[in-house]
Design a protein around this ligand. Structure first.
Ligand code: PEP
Ligand code: MN
Length: 379
């Protein structure tokens, strides 16, 4: 077990490579390095969105011990979108995380957004820091964090920014690397959707895949919780991420998810986490999830795509029913032949540009249209 109370200090030895995120090293204690080695594939980071009370933090940590979790996450300072929501317990919570280390042996991680957060975390021996999506989007804030971390060997994971800009993500990573941090990793958490979406944050899979292409050396973790925003989509996203070769998962976990003080809809119990991870293993059919992209992996991707098609179809029918309401209120006919002909032509031509057969697309959309009309007639 690692030294749980030694705070980080500046000037420690460098260490390297993607799959050897190490825990805190200090000048005085450079030999006891606990590694997150390649055996930890996938690397599982789990814990509540927010640390709420000492009891809640400890109860979740004890239940996570047997789930395959390596790193315990809990937000102490919460970057809430609107004011007036729970903004975290603050530095007080760092003591609870220290207790988690001592009692469970799990490594602990929290989000930092400024130099004061960094100072407090280093003082309390937090093993892994992460930079949140809103902070990654701000180079001034990232630079401030990087400056504070100059010469400290603590692993830092960088979430993608809230906008689809791989360079901004990469830039944040580079700022930390320039400050001498050797153990930098990335977390893919999706981007804010423009309009309505089935996701809280659209996955934009091309973003992590581009980062992976540019920097294959980096540890790349997927955060399905913040992409999904709900429990239903979680497993499909996690499965796809692993099928795409990502190195691990960060999943928000709570003993009483519905009562969580933040992100209640997306958190799952430690028991549900165990089930989800078992599902990941059986999906690959190998027992080790991170083997090569084999047939099982590709099937997982197909399953996931089908789930998305179903979600989208369901959403489309919902919108159709709303339009049905409008037509009824305004005395309009359900079927507008002209509008349908126009739509079909547009869809078939767009589909042709994506290598899809015209006959297939016509049949598919005729069938979707029939169902839409049925829905509108039911209104
Ligand atoms: C979090 O991990 O709780 C969080 C706030 O995430 P993000 O920065 O991805 O929104
Ligand atoms: Mn959260």
């Amino acid at each position: 077990m690692m030294n749980s109370s030694t705070p980080h200090t500046k000037g420690s030895e460098k260490s390297t490579i993607k799959d050897t995120i190490t825990t805190a090293q200090t000048k005085s204690n450079m030999t006891s390095v606990s590694k997150l080695s390649s055996q930890e594939h996938p690397l599982i980071i789990a814990g509540p969105c927010s640390a709420e009370t000492e009891e809640q933090v400890m109860a979740i940590a004890h239940q996570l011990k047997t789930t395959g979790t390596s790193i315990y996450r809990a937000g102490i300072w919460k970057p809430r979108t609107r004011p007036g929501m729970f903004e975290g317990v603050g530095a007080e919570g760092l003591k609870w995380l220290q207790r988690v280390k001592e009692e469970t042996g799990l490594r602990v991680a929290t989000e930092v957004a400024n130099k004061d957060h960094v100072k407090a975390c280093l003082k309390h021996g937090i093993d892994v820091l992460w930079i949140g999506a809103r902070t990654t989007a701000n180079p001034f804030a990232v630079q401030e964090i990087a400056d504070e971390l100059q010469g400290v060997d603590v692993p830092v994971l960088v979430k993608n920014p809230v906008n689809p800009d791989v360079n901004l993500w990469l830039g944040a990573i580079e700022r930390l690397e320039k400050a001498g941090i050797k153990q930098v990793g990335a977390i893919h958490r999706g981007i804010s959707p423009l309009g309505k979406s089935v996701y809280r944050n659209n996955p934009e899979w091309n973003m992590p895949m581009t980062l992976k292409e540019l920097r294959p050396d980096l540890l790349l973790i997927n955060d399905p919780s913040h992409i999904a925003g709900n429990r239903q989509l979680l497993a499909g996203i996690a499965e796809t991420a692993l099928a795409l070769g990502m190195d691990g998962l960060m999943i928000e976990t709570h003993t009483n998810p519905d009562a969580a003080w933040s992100d209640a809809a997306q958190q799952i119990t430690p028991q549900a986490l165990t089930v989800l991870l078992a599902k990941m293993k059986s999906a690959t059919g190998t027992g080790t999830v991170m083997d090569t992209a084999d047939l099982s992996n590709m099937r997982s991707s197909i399953d996931y795509i089908d789930e998305q098609l179903i979600d989208l179809l369901s959403y489309r029918m919902q919108v159709a029913a709303e339009i049905g309401q409008y037509k009824k209120q305004h005395g309009m006919a359900v079927v507008q032949e002209e509008r349908w002909a126009e739509l079909l032509t547009k869809n078939v031509s767009q589909a042709a540009g994506r290598n899809l057969d015209g006959e297939f697309v016509t049949q598919l959309f005729n069938s979707i249209h029939r169902e839409s009309v049925n829905r509108q007639n039911l209104v």
